[in-house]
Design a binder for this molecule. Structure first.
Ligand code: PLP
Length: 385
């Protein structure tokens, strides 16, 4: 730290220079991110609520009311009238909260102390962090030939130590939706906590379904579903950080509650203490501003771009590893190693990511990627081969 105060302009210049090292979403070159540029209105509202602290909701009653309203609005999209939950920092924290709720619930009501969680091999690595922090053992369910969780594998892995089963609505690598209805039945019949990770798909599947896209049911309308992760900072267009965790019953928050003596409320169930109210306010604002109509249009545009890229790639002789269900396209070329292709794209200034299972170039068609960018990308892919 400097000994003496430094002039604001000097600091801003320095920061602006360093900021230039960052990629901009608007360049359309970021092809592997599940985040995107937040909506300007959401950013405006975020700044107004910067000082609010939902860790001490008695002091910020208005902002707490906003968080409750957002959770209720997201709940409405997920077929539940009275959800319980919070706006948190992202999908990771939401998944950790869900696993903590499941573990504590099983400990209290079933006496399980060395719990296991069954997660698909395609699960996001946040479940590894959750298992590590919560002293749970991960039991990995196999995927079927279409890269979705294998139902029989889940059945076979259930034991008297299972505290939760997890399935995904919009896998990180391929954007696929697991057979959630079937897993929900299995979890319900076995009285096991069932969590759906819809961090990626949560802000698009409900809108696509209501527009007639043929996507499976994944939400609280399925009786076995106990909690859902949905991230406003992905397709919800809220500023980072904004994740959402919704629970079917209040008792899942209760089993996580610890006394919070010096605060305005007696107990706290969230993982973090001091936490941003700005994320709730910004999510509330953008959900109201866009409405179902706005989000439906956006989701449809993303699927339209997905179709455009898929067809363009196939015309050039590239092979998709699966039919896209949401806005992710993963592909290879039959005559080129994936890593070689990835490097060639990087050399041309594209920021791509490579999926592991299966190995493929993975493009997430987020809102900052326009058709014009896709045309340039397809031109480059044509040159490469
Ligand atoms: C399915 C899924 N779950 C959880 C996460 C973690 O979200 P975050 O990076 O916001 O913590 C991601 C991130 O991409 C994801 O795709």
């Amino acid at each position: 730290m400097d000994d003496k105060p430094v002039d604001k302009d000097y600091i801003l210049n320095e920061l602006n220079e360093i900021h230039k090292l960052d990629y901009n979403y608007s360049d359309g070159r970021i092809l592997g991110s599940m985040c995107t540029e937040a909506h300007p209105f959401a950013k405006e509202v975020y700044c107004k609520f910067l000082d609010t602290n939902l860790g001490d909701p008695g002091l910020f009653k208005g902002t707490k009311l906003i968080e409750n309203k957002v959770i209720k609005s997201i709940g409405e999209l997920l077929s539940i009238d009275e959800p319980y939950g919070n706006i948190v920092t992202g999908g990771t924290e939401a998944n950790i909260m869900a696993m903590r709720a499941a573990r504590n619930h099983a400990r209290k009501y079933k006496g399980i102390h060395d719990g296991e969680i069954i997660v698909p091999a395609s699960a996001h690595f946040s479940f590894k962090k959750a298992a590590d922090m919560l002293n749970l053992k991960i039991v990995e369910a196999e995927l079927d030939e279409n890269y979705r969780i294998d139902i029989n594998s889940v059945k076979n892995l259930i034991s008297d130590k299972t505290v939760a089963i997890v399935a995904i609505a919009g896998t990180t690598e391929l954007g696929l939706i697991d057979p959630i209805e079937e897993i929900s039945k299995i979890a319900f019949e076995n009285n096991i906590y069932f969590h759906v990770d819809a961090a990626f798909g949560g802000f698009s599947i409900p809108f696509l379904r209501s527009m007639g896209f043929d996507l499976p049911q994944f939400d609280f309308s399925l009786e076995g579903v106990c909690s859902i992760t949905v991230d406003p900072h992905k397709m919800g267009l809220a500023p980072i950080p904004a994740g959402g965790i919704l629970f079917r019953k209040e008792e899942y928050l209760d089993v996580m509650a610890v006394d919070s003596p010096y605060l305005t409320v007696k107990t706290q169930s969230t993982i973090v203490g001091t936490r941003m109210g700005a994320s709730s306010a910004a999510t509330y604002a953008i959900m109201k501003y866009l409405g179902k109509e706005g989000y439906s249009k956006l989701a449809e545009q993303l699927m339209d771009n997905t179709k455009f890229l898929k067809e363009g790639l196939e015309d050039l002789g590239y092979e998709l590893v699966c039919e896209p269900e949401l806005n992710i396209v993963a592909f290879n070329h039959p005559n080129m190693e994936t890593n070689v292709l990835a490097q060639k794209l990087e050399d041309l200034g594209w920021k791509v990511s490579v999926s592991k299972c299966p190995v493929a170039i993975r493009i997430v068609l987020m809102n900052h990627i326009k058709k014009s960018h896709l045309k340039e990308l397809l031109e480059d892919l044509k040159e490469i081969i």
